[in-house]
Design a binder for this molecule. Structure first.
Ligand SMILES: [Zn+2]
Length: 276
């Protein structure tokens, strides 16, 4: 009972801002934005079925379903649900979305554990940010390819922000050209202990490997779990027929990753100076 009450707690002012409804739209080709103002959710469409990446907050699920329908798609055609990070603001809606779509949920082994515990026992947050637990149907290894019709998505394990943080790449047709999309899982560590973290001693090794992975991955279409990572609202406003697609932003992608890496390294250096 306590768990259910906590999971359905009213949204904070910040969460309400994140969860503000926005109209869904086609980013490019077979890729659509169906998330909220700040919490990204992506729909990839093929005649064989659809893939949905990320579920927002528990309170985002009905908005995501409405957005899918508003685009003219049937949520029941979602075959796979995938997740960037098993935190409450990206995984909170997955249980309801799984129920509504009947899709299979795929996740990395480490984040699958957190999803099935509904976010409790998080190495950083403990039981502070919990959400409805959701059963994972398949575990993704690093480099796993998810195929559905002509869709080819590749999972890259980029741990640090969560132990199983998963970034995705996929080819997308943009203005008649084949481009590569990168969905960045999460490259921040808000308030985390990065040096001498008893709950996650190798967190900096993981972060450094993840930044090395991101550096190698193609990133024409720059996307991520939070709209603010990649300037969602500003780029959406700049979309216009006959103009280059603003989401094609390899420079912005590199700058974001470089800035994130510098912040993590500075945070770790400060932690080391303070004796962990
Ligand atoms: Zn997070």
């Amino acid at each position: 009972m306590l768990l259910a009450l906590a999971a359905s707690a009213p949204l904070s002012a910040e969460e309400a801002r994140w969860n503000a409804p926005v109209a869904p739209f086609r980013i490019a080709g077979n890729l659509y934005y169906v998330g909220t103002a700040e919490l990204a959710s992506y729909l990839v469409v093929d005649p064989q079925g659809m893939i949905l990446l990320d579920g927002g907050l528990e309170a985002s699920a009905p908005l995501i379903l409405d957005n899918i329908r508003a685009l003219g798609f049937d949520p029941k055609r979602v075959r796979y649900l995938i997740n960037s990070q098993a935190h409450y603001d990206h995984a909170g809606g997955l249980a309801a979305l799984k129920e509504a779509t009947g899709a299979e949920l795929l996740a990395s082994p480490a984040d699958a554990e957190l999803l099935e515990r509904g976010g409790s026992g998080d190495f950083q947050w403990g039981d502070r940010f919990i959400y409805p637990p959701v059963q994972v149907d398949g575990r993704l290894r690093d480099g796993a390819e998810l195929k559905l019709g002509a869709i080819r998505m590749t999972a890259y394990l980029t741990p640090g922000h969560t132990r199983g943080c998963t970034s995705w790449t996929m080819p997308v047709q943009v203005d008649g050209r084949a481009r590569q999309a990168l969905f960045v899982c999460g490259a921040s560590a808000p308030g985390y202990t990065l040096v001498g973290n008893a709950a996650y001693p190798w967190i900096m090794d993981d972060f450094r490997r993840s930044f090395a992975t991101w550096r190698k991955l193609p990133c024409d279409l720059f996307l991520g779990a939070h709209g603010s990572y990649f300037g969602l609202a500003e780029k959406r406003a700049r979309m216009a027929p006959g103009r280059p697609n603003p989401f094609v932003d390899p420079k912005g992608c590199r700058a974001f990753l470089q800035g994130a890496e510098q912040r993590i390294e500075a945070q770790a250096a400060k932690g080391a100076m303070q004796g962990g």
